[in-house]
Design a protein around this ligand. Sequence first.
Ligand code: NAD
Length: 361
Amino acid sequence: MSEYTLTVGLGERSYPIFIKDGIMETIGADLAKRNIASRYVVISDEYVAKLYGTTLMATLEQAGITVEMLTFPRGEASKNLQVFAELSSKLAQMGVDRSSGLIAFGGGVTGDLVGFLAATYMRGIPFVQIPTTLLAQVDSSVGGKTGVDIPEGKNLVGAFYQPKVVYIDTAVLTTLPVEELLGGVAEVIKYGVIRDYQFYCFLEKNLDAILALNPVVIQEMIRTCCKIKAEVVAEDEREADLRRILNFGHTIGHAVEAASDFSLIHGHAVAIGMVAALRLAVSSGLCKRKEAGRVATLIHSFGLPTEIPEGMDRERIKSYIKTDKKSIAGSVFYILPTTIGEVIITNELTEEQIDAVLQKK
Ligand code: NAD
């Protein structure tokens, strides 16, 4: 059904990813053939539901699928146990049973929340991902990490739970605010730096086309990101080893995001974190200064930040780094590029190196 079809290879739990500009209208016909569930509940944030809910419900109903819709207020503040409990109750009141399926329709907040609901409701019911932000299309909808935030930290409660199918309609990106689009671009650049030099060059070459949302370039870009993520997840589903490379830029990025009290968009904080990681790679003698500078230039050219905001409390950032949830036995790990397209995972950095990167203006 699509120009681009990929598979996340996880044995019996393998699933396809369809990527196409304007795929939305054909989702119903494809889903009806898959025999995943006898009925579906689409769950979406209110904003996405307002923009695209009618179109999605029409394609599903026209294909003869029994479907209802639930919504919740948009934003990270909804990714919590209270909204999770409210949605669980609504599903129970609607008589949703083990033969039913959920459709996560929205950005990463929706995907994580609905995925976790699917993982736990009646001990697990099938779910489908229809991601609508660039970040969700290239990252969060693929790979099966689901969960919610608790006051003690982001994503601290969750499950690995894979969807049955992912439908990516690149046409919906046209309504995405530019700041959100750029947040996704940061994760896109990440894939090039950690794993694929050719793709990195593609991004440099197509910067203007990407920002103009050229459909051909955008589809190719999303396909490559999903392909890389699918390969990494197929090799290391539960982040025992290789999957950790996807955290490039996230050790310092998460700390900066937290120190901004989450006023910085995740991808923008990741952009800052990637530049910091590149500087650490240079100061460790792992990466040439010229290559690190080349990536920083690309990040900047897209309009993403490269420096920790002035006035942000450096000690606070350091304390968040130390409590990074990806640390193992108290040791903080960094993903550092050796060249564009290759990274290593290390915990052998000195306090002085970290200080130098945090202090840099
Ligand atoms: P989001 O879901 O809050 O979406 C951002 C905003 O864009 C929302 O206000 C939403 O209503 C709006 N929106 C969505 N689609 C739109 C469209 N097509 N047009 C216009 N507006 C649209 O945030 P996000 O950035 O997509 O995702 C962030 C979340 O993803 C975080 O909670 C993060 O922890 C999670 N995440 C998860 C993984 C994973 O592997 N599971 C990976 C990365 C991030």
